[in-house]
Design a protein around this ligand. Structure first.
Ligand code: UGA
Length: 451
């Protein structure tokens, strides 16, 4: 099938690379020429494990091309995926400017009976407005489908190959089935894709994988996406509120959540307490959901409580350090890890960055290091924070070490060695990833979140 993918961010580039490696003829479209140039040279425009390999293979066999021109990409396509960004407005609502601009530009070029598939995260009800927008700019018959994306940054290819569900929102079975068939083709090619991407997913995992296809109405599909992210954010915030209680009640939130999560109805995933969630998705999707519910006259105060709790976590951790030292004035703190999660250079709305800023604001001398995110974190860090090139540089001469992102290389630090070179008193385990006893054996006072 001829397919066009508008937007070459995480979602769009992954979608284009997967479909091109599953036997389809794909045109990737982005207004940013640097991105399309990178793709045409066989490279992903950003780092994502396995993606450059898949793009390279597809460029070599001619199944993928990238362009900045709608006129080149759209007219031939039977299916057009819209994967443009939906950032948040200052008031928390979703900014749908790019979603509507893409639809407006593509509409007059779409061939009759083309399927316009929305993968960008949008509030429920947006699709109905986009159908009207498309109709304004073409007289041809166009189908509109909501097909939200669930992949995570850092594991994009793996999440797409081993998907839990593909959600397709359109009430016409032939339209929904045509979109589903594209994913079935990816499933048919999953072994080849795994071997090209060199992800090392075992044959057993691939053979055993069974994902489901969830066919729904347009509005339900849109709501499934934001509800899924909101529920995961809620789980994290719930674990963080219990962590605050565990601190007072002298319990260990890790043990508590291991016990709670062993109940299959609850599940252990996303119950890790720590400095809270960040990134380009959860914060904006939660605020977008709250704001769109408000427009419908529904008060989602359960989610505003989760937002408030999440925002309180970096300050909660800074207070623990303050209490331990009596005051932060002139105390030196090394913040290790600034990305919103490991495996990415993304530091958008990262609680690790907020934590570093609070410590510096409260009078501490802060040094900071991240294996990948220094550049992206720098603009959001206070100017008085010292940016370091290594763990050693950040921790030489410090009073407290705060591990704020659970990077493998930070989790595996040789604590005895770090204690020797830094002479720090405190190790603050902001993601609860260390064995408390090992930290104490290395000579540190241990501070966790709810432990
Ligand atoms: C999230 C969803 O997990 C994806 O399914 C979805 O497709 C994506 O948003 C999106 O809407 O595009 P992502 O933002 O890449 O993916 O990252 P996650 O791995 O979900 O982590 C989000 C944040 O939660 C991170 O800051 C992480 O440190 C934090 N987290 C996660 C916790 O604090 N505790 C946990 O137990 C789990």
């Amino acid at each position: 099938m001829k397919v066009a993918v508008i937007g070459s961010g995480y979602v769009g580039t992954t979608t284009a690379a997967m479909l091109a490696n599953a036997g389809h003829e794909v045109a990737a479209l982005d207004i940013d020429k640097r991105r399309t140039d990178a793709i045409n040279k066989g490279k992903a425009p950003f780092f994502e494990a396995g993606l450059s390999e898949l793009i390279g293979a597809a460029i070599d066999d001619g199944s993928l091309t990238a362009t900045t021109s709608y006129e080149e990409a759209i007219p031939e396509a039977e299916v057009v995926f819209s994967c443009v960004g939906t950032p948040d407005n200052p008031d928390g609502s979703s900014n749908l400017e790019y979603v509507f601009a893409a639809a407006k530009e593509a509409a007059p070029l779409l061939k009759a009976d083309a399927i316009y598939v929305q993968k960008s995260t949008v509030p429920a009800g947006t699709g109905q407005k986009l159908v009207k927008e498309l109709k304004k700019h073409t007289e041809r018959n166009i189908h509109y489908v909501s097909n939200p994306e669930f992949l995570r940054e850092g594991t994009a290819i793996k999440d797409t190959l081993l998907f839990d569900r593909v959600v397709i929102g359109n009430s016409k079975p032939d339209v929904a089935n045509k979109v589903a068939s594209l994913y079935e083709d990816v499933e048919k090619h999953k072994r080849a894709i795994n071997s090209i991407a060199k992800l090392g997913i075992s044959a057993e995992q691939l053979n055993e994988h069974t994902g489901s296809y969830v066919l729904t109405s347009l509005n339900s599909a849109e709501l499934i996406k934001v509800t899924s992210n909101a529920f995961l954010a809620l789980k994290i915030s719930f674990a963080n509120s219990i962590a605050k209680l565990a601190d007072q009640a002298d319990a260990d939130v890790v043990e508590v959540m291991d016990g709670v999560g062993a109940d299959k109805r609850i599940g252990r995933a996303f119950l890790n307490a720590g400095r809270g969630y960040g990134g380009g998705c959860f914060p904006k999707d939660v605020s977008g959901l709250v704001s769109s519910a408000y427009e419908h006259g529904v008060d989602l105060n359960i989610m505003t409580a989760a937002q408030e709790l999440n925002s309180s976590m970096p300050g909660h951790i800074a207070n623990k350090v303050k209490e331990s030292f009596g005051s932060l004035k002139n105390k030196r703190c090394a913040v290790l890890g600034l990305a919103f999660k490991p495996g990415t250079s993304d530091a958008r709305k990262s609680p690790a960055v907020t934590l570093a800023n609070i410590l510096a604001h409260d009078g501490s001398q802060v040094s900071a290091y991240d294996p990948q995110a220094m550049e992206e974190a720098a603009p959001d860090l206070r100017k008085d924070i010292e940016l370091c090139d290594s763990v050693d540089e950040a921790t030489s001469k410090t009073d407290a070490i705060l591990v704020a992102t659970d990077w493998p290389e930070l989790k595996e630090l040789d604590l005895t060695q770090v204690k020797k070179t830094s002479n720090a008193d405190l190790l603050v385990d902001c993601m609860n990833v260390f064995d408390k006893q090992l930290v104490e054996d290395a000579g540190f006072t241990y501070i966790g979140v709810g432990r």
